[in-house]
Design a protein. Structure first.
Length: 109
C-alpha cells in the first residue's frame, strides 16, 4: 500500500515489483501480484486493464484508510468510550491540540 500511496498513477504488478525490489528486501514478482489481487478482493484497491495486465490504485488515501481503521476498531471495542479515553490519555500535547482543532472544526460545520 505504501508504494501505491506514494504514486499518483495506477501501477501494474511489474511497476510495484520494481519499486519494492529496490527499496526493501526482494520479493518475487508472483508474491507482489498475489498481494495486489488480495488487496483488490478486499476492496482496498481498484484495478483497470492496462494491456495484458491490470493496473491498481488505492480506493482511499492513507489518511482516509487510517481513519476508517480507527473507526472499525472503535466499533469492535467492548466499550468505545473507554477505548477513546485510553487513546486520548496516551497522546502527547501536540497530538491533543490537533485533535482539539479537528473537533472544534467539526462543531463549526
Amino acid at each position: 500500500m505504501d508504494v501505491l500511496w506514494a504514486h499518483d498513477e495506477p501501477m501494474t504488478p511489474r511497476d510495484v515489483h520494481s519499486v519494492v525490489s529496490t527499496t526493501r528486501r526482494p520479493l518475487a514478482y508472483t508474491t507482489v501480484m498475489t498481494i495486489l489481487v488480495r488487496l483488490w478482493e478486499k476492496r482496498m484497491l481498484v484495478r483497470e486493464e492496462r494491456g495484458r495486465a491490470f493496473a491498481y490504485r488505492p480506493v482511499a488515501g492513507r489518511d482516509e484508510w487510517t481513519a476508517g481503521r480507527m473507526h472499525e476498531l472503535l466499533e469492535h471495542a467492548g466499550d468505545p468510550a473507554s477505548a477513546l479515553t485510553h487513546f486520548v490519555q496516551s497522546i502527547d500535547a501536540r497530538e491533543a491540540a490537533q485533535l482539539r482543532r479537528a473537533l472544534d472544526g467539526r462543531r463549526r460545520k
